[in-house]
Write a protein that binds this ligand. Structure first.
Ligand code: NAI
Length: 330
Protein backbone atom coordinates (compact mmCIF):
# COMPACT_ATOMS: atom_id res chain seq x y z
CA UNK A 1 0.00 0.00 0.00
CA UNK A 2 1.06 3.60 -0.64
CA UNK A 3 2.37 5.73 2.20
CA UNK A 4 -0.23 8.35 3.20
CA UNK A 5 0.31 11.86 1.87
CA UNK A 6 -0.34 14.89 4.04
CA UNK A 7 -2.54 17.52 2.43
CA UNK A 8 -2.79 20.96 4.03
CA UNK A 9 -5.86 23.10 3.35
CA UNK A 10 -5.63 26.63 4.73
CA UNK A 11 -8.85 28.56 5.18
CA UNK A 12 -10.44 25.14 5.59
CA UNK A 13 -13.42 26.44 7.54
CA UNK A 14 -14.51 28.53 4.55
CA UNK A 15 -16.70 27.65 1.60
CA UNK A 16 -14.05 26.15 -0.64
CA UNK A 17 -12.65 24.18 2.29
CA UNK A 18 -16.05 22.61 2.88
CA UNK A 19 -16.25 21.46 -0.73
CA UNK A 20 -12.58 20.55 -1.08
CA UNK A 21 -11.90 18.42 2.01
CA UNK A 22 -14.39 15.67 1.04
CA UNK A 23 -13.13 15.67 -2.56
CA UNK A 24 -9.59 15.08 -1.31
CA UNK A 25 -10.90 12.34 1.00
CA UNK A 26 -12.60 10.52 -1.86
CA UNK A 27 -9.47 10.52 -4.04
CA UNK A 28 -10.39 13.22 -6.57
CA UNK A 29 -7.04 14.92 -5.89
CA UNK A 30 -4.47 12.17 -5.54
CA UNK A 31 -6.20 9.06 -6.80
CA UNK A 32 -8.38 6.32 -5.41
CA UNK A 33 -5.35 4.32 -4.27
CA UNK A 34 -3.70 7.10 -2.26
CA UNK A 35 -4.30 7.31 1.52
CA UNK A 36 -4.57 10.86 2.85
CA UNK A 37 -3.91 12.67 6.12
CA UNK A 38 -5.69 16.03 6.14
CA UNK A 39 -4.27 19.10 7.88
CA UNK A 40 -6.98 21.73 8.18
CA UNK A 41 -5.93 25.26 9.15
CA UNK A 42 -8.04 28.28 9.89
CA UNK A 43 -7.92 31.29 12.20
CA UNK A 44 -8.89 31.16 15.88
CA UNK A 45 -12.40 32.68 15.41
CA UNK A 46 -13.22 29.87 12.96
CA UNK A 47 -12.17 27.14 15.39
CA UNK A 48 -15.65 25.77 16.06
CA UNK A 49 -16.60 25.56 12.46
CA UNK A 50 -13.28 23.85 11.70
CA UNK A 51 -14.08 21.29 14.39
CA UNK A 52 -17.50 20.78 12.79
CA UNK A 53 -15.82 20.02 9.47
CA UNK A 54 -13.48 17.56 11.18
CA UNK A 55 -16.46 15.79 12.76
CA UNK A 56 -18.23 15.55 9.40
CA UNK A 57 -15.13 14.13 7.77
CA UNK A 58 -14.92 11.48 10.49
CA UNK A 59 -18.60 10.77 9.89
CA UNK A 60 -17.90 10.34 6.19
CA UNK A 61 -16.03 7.11 7.04
CA UNK A 62 -13.85 7.62 3.96
CA UNK A 63 -11.70 4.58 3.21
CA UNK A 64 -8.74 6.72 2.05
CA UNK A 65 -8.79 9.11 4.99
CA UNK A 66 -6.27 8.00 7.61
CA UNK A 67 -6.58 11.03 9.87
CA UNK A 68 -7.87 14.60 10.06
CA UNK A 69 -6.01 17.17 12.13
CA UNK A 70 -7.18 20.73 12.75
CA UNK A 71 -4.93 23.68 13.50
CA UNK A 72 -5.00 27.37 14.25
CA UNK A 73 -1.21 27.54 14.38
CA UNK A 74 0.31 27.77 10.91
CA UNK A 75 3.71 26.25 11.76
CA UNK A 76 2.10 23.17 13.30
CA UNK A 77 -0.30 22.88 10.36
CA UNK A 78 2.59 22.83 7.84
CA UNK A 79 4.51 20.02 9.56
CA UNK A 80 5.44 17.36 7.02
CA UNK A 81 2.87 18.36 4.39
CA UNK A 82 3.31 17.04 0.85
CA UNK A 83 0.65 19.19 -0.80
CA UNK A 84 -0.35 22.64 0.45
CA UNK A 85 -3.57 24.20 -0.82
CA UNK A 86 -3.61 27.83 0.23
CA UNK A 87 -7.25 28.91 0.32
CA UNK A 88 -7.09 31.14 3.38
CA UNK A 89 -6.91 34.84 2.86
CA UNK A 90 -8.43 38.17 3.52
CA UNK A 91 -11.37 38.94 1.23
CA UNK A 92 -12.05 42.43 -0.06
CA UNK A 93 -14.95 43.99 1.79
CA UNK A 94 -17.22 46.81 0.64
CA UNK A 95 -15.52 50.17 0.88
CA UNK A 96 -11.99 48.81 1.19
CA UNK A 97 -9.14 49.95 -0.98
CA UNK A 98 -7.36 47.41 -3.16
CA UNK A 99 -4.14 48.34 -1.42
CA UNK A 100 -5.49 47.56 2.06
CA UNK A 101 -6.59 44.13 0.91
CA UNK A 102 -3.24 43.57 -0.77
CA UNK A 103 -1.37 44.60 2.38
CA UNK A 104 -3.32 42.11 4.50
CA UNK A 105 -2.83 39.23 2.08
CA UNK A 106 0.80 39.95 1.48
CA UNK A 107 1.49 39.75 5.17
CA UNK A 108 -0.47 36.48 5.49
CA UNK A 109 1.44 34.96 2.56
CA UNK A 110 4.80 36.17 3.81
CA UNK A 111 4.18 34.53 7.17
CA UNK A 112 2.80 31.32 5.71
CA UNK A 113 5.76 31.09 3.30
CA UNK A 114 8.15 30.96 6.23
CA UNK A 115 6.01 28.38 8.03
CA UNK A 116 5.92 26.16 4.94
CA UNK A 117 9.62 26.52 4.33
CA UNK A 118 10.48 25.59 7.89
CA UNK A 119 8.01 22.74 8.35
CA UNK A 120 6.70 21.23 5.12
CA UNK A 121 8.16 18.27 3.27
CA UNK A 122 11.21 19.37 1.23
CA UNK A 123 9.35 18.53 -1.94
CA UNK A 124 6.05 20.17 -1.00
CA UNK A 125 3.82 21.19 -3.92
CA UNK A 126 1.99 24.42 -3.24
CA UNK A 127 -1.11 25.76 -4.97
CA UNK A 128 -2.40 29.19 -4.02
CA UNK A 129 -6.14 29.69 -4.47
CA UNK A 130 -6.80 32.79 -2.39
CA UNK A 131 -6.98 36.03 -4.32
CA UNK A 132 -5.05 37.80 -5.63
CA UNK A 133 -3.87 34.25 -6.35
CA UNK A 134 -0.93 34.96 -8.69
CA UNK A 135 0.50 37.69 -6.51
CA UNK A 136 -0.02 35.75 -3.27
CA UNK A 137 1.94 32.92 -4.90
CA UNK A 138 4.68 35.33 -5.96
CA UNK A 139 4.99 36.63 -2.40
CA UNK A 140 5.04 33.07 -1.12
CA UNK A 141 7.83 32.17 -3.57
CA UNK A 142 9.88 35.25 -2.64
CA UNK A 143 9.59 34.46 1.04
CA UNK A 144 10.32 30.75 0.86
CA UNK A 145 13.63 30.69 -1.06
CA UNK A 146 14.41 27.09 -0.13
CA UNK A 147 11.21 25.75 -1.70
CA UNK A 148 12.02 25.14 -5.38
CA UNK A 149 10.34 27.80 -7.59
CA UNK A 150 8.72 25.13 -9.69
CA UNK A 151 6.90 23.77 -6.63
CA UNK A 152 4.91 26.98 -6.18
CA UNK A 153 1.83 27.56 -8.33
CA UNK A 154 -1.50 29.31 -8.38
CA UNK A 155 -4.88 28.09 -9.51
CA UNK A 156 -6.12 29.02 -12.98
CA UNK A 157 -7.55 25.58 -13.64
CA UNK A 158 -11.02 26.80 -12.75
CA UNK A 159 -10.78 29.34 -15.58
CA UNK A 160 -9.43 26.62 -17.87
CA UNK A 161 -12.34 24.32 -16.99
CA UNK A 162 -14.79 27.18 -17.48
CA UNK A 163 -13.43 27.66 -21.01
CA UNK A 164 -13.81 23.94 -21.73
CA UNK A 165 -17.38 24.08 -20.43
CA UNK A 166 -18.31 27.03 -22.65
CA UNK A 167 -16.96 25.36 -25.79
CA UNK A 168 -18.71 22.12 -24.87
CA UNK A 169 -22.07 23.85 -24.40
CA UNK A 170 -21.68 25.81 -27.61
CA UNK A 171 -20.78 22.81 -29.79
CA UNK A 172 -22.93 20.22 -28.03
CA UNK A 173 -19.90 17.95 -27.68
CA UNK A 174 -19.03 16.35 -24.38
CA UNK A 175 -16.54 18.40 -22.40
CA UNK A 176 -14.11 15.50 -22.49
CA UNK A 177 -13.78 16.02 -26.23
CA UNK A 178 -12.64 19.63 -25.81
CA UNK A 179 -8.88 19.90 -25.45
CA UNK A 180 -6.01 22.33 -25.19
CA UNK A 181 -7.62 25.64 -24.45
CA UNK A 182 -5.23 27.98 -22.63
CA UNK A 183 -5.61 30.50 -19.85
CA UNK A 184 -2.83 33.07 -20.08
CA UNK A 185 -1.86 35.44 -17.30
CA UNK A 186 -3.66 36.58 -14.19
CA UNK A 187 -6.56 34.87 -12.43
CA UNK A 188 -8.58 38.06 -12.88
CA UNK A 189 -10.71 39.66 -15.53
CA UNK A 190 -7.60 40.42 -17.62
CA UNK A 191 -6.87 36.72 -18.13
CA UNK A 192 -6.86 35.59 -21.74
CA UNK A 193 -8.79 32.41 -22.53
CA UNK A 194 -7.20 31.35 -25.82
CA UNK A 195 -8.85 28.81 -28.14
CA UNK A 196 -6.43 29.15 -31.06
CA UNK A 197 -4.63 25.88 -30.36
CA UNK A 198 -7.57 23.86 -29.02
CA UNK A 199 -9.66 21.12 -30.56
CA UNK A 200 -13.18 19.70 -30.24
CA UNK A 201 -13.46 16.03 -31.15
CA UNK A 202 -10.19 16.40 -33.04
CA UNK A 203 -11.20 19.51 -35.06
CA UNK A 204 -9.78 22.97 -34.42
CA UNK A 205 -12.12 24.86 -32.06
CA UNK A 206 -12.45 27.78 -34.49
CA UNK A 207 -13.61 25.40 -37.19
CA UNK A 208 -15.98 23.45 -34.93
CA UNK A 209 -17.58 26.58 -33.46
CA UNK A 210 -17.57 28.47 -36.75
CA UNK A 211 -18.33 31.83 -35.11
CA UNK A 212 -15.21 33.94 -34.62
CA UNK A 213 -17.23 36.91 -33.43
CA UNK A 214 -18.48 34.83 -30.49
CA UNK A 215 -15.06 33.30 -29.80
CA UNK A 216 -13.34 36.70 -29.87
CA UNK A 217 -16.09 38.40 -27.88
CA UNK A 218 -18.70 36.84 -25.61
CA UNK A 219 -16.75 33.63 -25.09
CA UNK A 220 -13.80 35.54 -23.67
CA UNK A 221 -15.85 37.85 -21.47
CA UNK A 222 -18.03 34.99 -20.21
CA UNK A 223 -14.96 33.08 -19.02
CA UNK A 224 -13.32 36.21 -17.61
CA UNK A 225 -16.48 37.16 -15.71
CA UNK A 226 -17.81 33.75 -14.76
CA UNK A 227 -16.76 34.22 -11.14
CA UNK A 228 -18.89 37.37 -10.87
CA UNK A 229 -21.81 35.63 -12.60
CA UNK A 230 -21.70 32.81 -10.02
CA UNK A 231 -21.66 35.32 -7.18
CA UNK A 232 -24.65 37.06 -8.70
CA UNK A 233 -26.55 33.80 -9.07
CA UNK A 234 -25.64 32.13 -5.79
CA UNK A 235 -24.94 35.09 -3.56
CA UNK A 236 -21.68 33.29 -2.80
CA UNK A 237 -18.55 32.75 -4.84
CA UNK A 238 -17.82 29.51 -6.66
CA UNK A 239 -16.81 26.80 -4.25
CA UNK A 240 -17.55 23.36 -5.61
CA UNK A 241 -16.09 24.15 -9.03
CA UNK A 242 -13.09 25.80 -7.37
CA UNK A 243 -12.56 22.72 -5.20
CA UNK A 244 -12.84 20.43 -8.21
CA UNK A 245 -10.33 22.58 -10.11
CA UNK A 246 -7.87 22.38 -7.21
CA UNK A 247 -8.12 18.59 -7.36
CA UNK A 248 -7.65 18.56 -11.14
CA UNK A 249 -4.63 20.90 -10.83
CA UNK A 250 -2.85 18.78 -8.23
CA UNK A 251 -3.78 15.50 -9.84
CA UNK A 252 -2.39 16.45 -13.24
CA UNK A 253 0.73 17.90 -11.61
CA UNK A 254 1.44 14.79 -9.54
CA UNK A 255 0.18 12.09 -11.89
CA UNK A 256 0.70 13.78 -15.26
CA UNK A 257 -1.48 15.40 -17.93
CA UNK A 258 -3.15 12.91 -20.28
CA UNK A 259 -1.16 12.17 -23.42
CA UNK A 260 -1.71 14.73 -26.16
CA UNK A 261 -3.28 17.26 -23.79
CA UNK A 262 -2.09 20.16 -21.74
CA UNK A 263 -3.61 22.22 -18.97
CA UNK A 264 -3.20 25.74 -17.56
CA UNK A 265 -1.29 26.52 -14.37
CA UNK A 266 -0.08 29.72 -12.80
CA UNK A 267 3.67 29.20 -12.43
CA UNK A 268 6.80 31.27 -11.92
CA UNK A 269 7.68 32.54 -15.40
CA UNK A 270 11.00 31.44 -16.87
CA UNK A 271 10.61 34.03 -19.63
CA UNK A 272 8.65 31.75 -22.00
CA UNK A 273 6.57 33.68 -24.57
CA UNK A 274 8.40 36.83 -23.53
CA UNK A 275 6.65 36.98 -20.14
CA UNK A 276 8.77 38.77 -17.55
CA UNK A 277 10.76 36.25 -15.52
CA UNK A 278 9.68 35.77 -11.92
CA UNK A 279 6.04 36.79 -12.40
CA UNK A 280 3.50 34.12 -11.49
CA UNK A 281 1.69 33.83 -14.83
CA UNK A 282 -0.70 31.21 -16.17
CA UNK A 283 0.76 29.21 -19.06
CA UNK A 284 -0.14 26.07 -20.98
CA UNK A 285 1.79 23.27 -19.28
CA UNK A 286 2.32 19.55 -19.63
CA UNK A 287 3.05 17.56 -16.51
CA UNK A 288 4.97 14.37 -16.16
CA UNK A 289 6.53 12.65 -13.15
CA UNK A 290 5.57 15.45 -10.77
CA UNK A 291 7.04 18.24 -12.93
CA UNK A 292 5.41 20.75 -15.26
CA UNK A 293 6.92 22.23 -18.39
CA UNK A 294 5.55 25.15 -20.38
CA UNK A 295 4.30 24.05 -23.80
CA UNK A 296 6.70 25.75 -26.22
CA UNK A 297 6.47 26.95 -29.77
CA UNK A 298 2.79 27.92 -30.02
CA UNK A 299 2.24 30.67 -32.58
CA UNK A 300 0.89 33.83 -30.93
CA UNK A 301 -0.98 36.15 -33.31
CA UNK A 302 -1.08 39.92 -32.87
CA UNK A 303 -4.48 40.03 -31.13
CA UNK A 304 -3.37 37.34 -28.69
CA UNK A 305 -0.05 39.08 -28.05
CA UNK A 306 -1.89 42.22 -27.05
CA UNK A 307 -3.94 40.25 -24.51
CA UNK A 308 -0.88 38.39 -23.16
CA UNK A 309 0.82 41.72 -22.60
CA UNK A 310 -2.19 43.39 -20.97
CA UNK A 311 -2.58 40.68 -18.34
CA UNK A 312 1.21 40.72 -17.78
CA UNK A 313 1.06 44.47 -17.18
CA UNK A 314 -1.61 43.96 -14.53
CA UNK A 315 0.57 41.36 -12.81
CA UNK A 316 3.55 43.73 -12.79
CA UNK A 317 1.35 46.36 -11.21
CA UNK A 318 0.07 43.90 -8.58
CA UNK A 319 3.59 42.75 -7.83
CA UNK A 320 4.81 46.32 -7.38
CA UNK A 321 1.91 47.11 -5.08
CA UNK A 322 2.61 43.95 -3.05
CA UNK A 323 6.32 44.76 -2.73
CA UNK A 324 5.47 48.30 -1.71
CA UNK A 325 3.15 46.95 1.01
CA UNK A 326 5.95 44.71 2.29
CA UNK A 327 8.46 47.56 2.28
CA UNK A 328 6.07 49.79 4.23
CA UNK A 329 5.65 47.13 6.91
CA UNK A 330 9.39 46.99 7.62
P1 NAI B 1 -14.27 32.01 2.62
O1 NAI B 1 -14.28 33.41 3.13
O2 NAI B 1 -15.51 31.18 2.73
O3 NAI B 1 -13.10 31.20 3.36
C1 NAI B 1 -11.83 31.73 3.58
C2 NAI B 1 -11.33 31.16 4.90
O4 NAI B 1 -9.99 31.61 5.10
C3 NAI B 1 -12.15 31.63 6.11
O5 NAI B 1 -12.58 30.51 6.86
C4 NAI B 1 -11.14 32.46 6.89
O6 NAI B 1 -11.32 32.37 8.31
C5 NAI B 1 -9.83 31.82 6.46
N1 NAI B 1 -8.64 32.63 6.72
C6 NAI B 1 -8.50 33.98 6.66
N2 NAI B 1 -7.26 34.33 6.99
C7 NAI B 1 -6.57 33.19 7.24
C8 NAI B 1 -5.24 32.90 7.62
N3 NAI B 1 -4.37 33.89 7.83
N4 NAI B 1 -4.89 31.62 7.78
C9 NAI B 1 -5.79 30.63 7.59
N5 NAI B 1 -7.06 30.83 7.24
C10 NAI B 1 -7.44 32.10 7.06
O7 NAI B 1 -13.77 32.10 1.12
P2 NAI B 1 -13.85 31.01 -0.04
O8 NAI B 1 -15.10 31.22 -0.80
O9 NAI B 1 -13.56 29.66 0.52
O10 NAI B 1 -12.67 31.51 -0.98
C11 NAI B 1 -11.34 31.52 -0.52
C12 NAI B 1 -10.44 32.29 -1.44
O11 NAI B 1 -10.35 31.68 -2.70
C13 NAI B 1 -10.88 33.73 -1.71
O12 NAI B 1 -9.71 34.55 -1.67
C14 NAI B 1 -11.43 33.66 -3.10
O13 NAI B 1 -11.35 34.91 -3.73
C15 NAI B 1 -10.51 32.66 -3.71
N6 NAI B 1 -11.01 31.99 -4.93
C16 NAI B 1 -10.10 31.71 -5.91
C17 NAI B 1 -10.45 31.00 -7.04
C18 NAI B 1 -9.43 30.67 -8.07
O14 NAI B 1 -9.82 30.14 -9.12
N7 NAI B 1 -8.15 30.94 -7.91
C19 NAI B 1 -11.84 30.56 -7.23
C20 NAI B 1 -12.72 30.87 -6.15
C21 NAI B 1 -12.30 31.57 -5.03
Amino acid sequence: PRKPLRVLITGAAGQIGYALAPQVATGNMLGSDQPIILHLLDVEPAKNSLEGLRMELVDGAYPLLEAVHTFTDVAAACKGVDVAVMVGGYPRKAGEERKDVMAKNVSIYQQQASALEANASKNVKVVVVANPANTNALILAENAPSIPRENISCLTRLDHNRALGQISERTGKHVDEVKNVIIWGNHSSTQYPDVNHGTVAGKPIRQAVNDDAWLNGDFITTVQQRGAAIIKARGLSSALSAANAVCNHVRDWVRGTPSGAWTSMGVVSDGSYGVKEGLVYSFPVRCCCGKWTVVQGLAIDAASRERLTATEAELVEERDLALQCLAERK
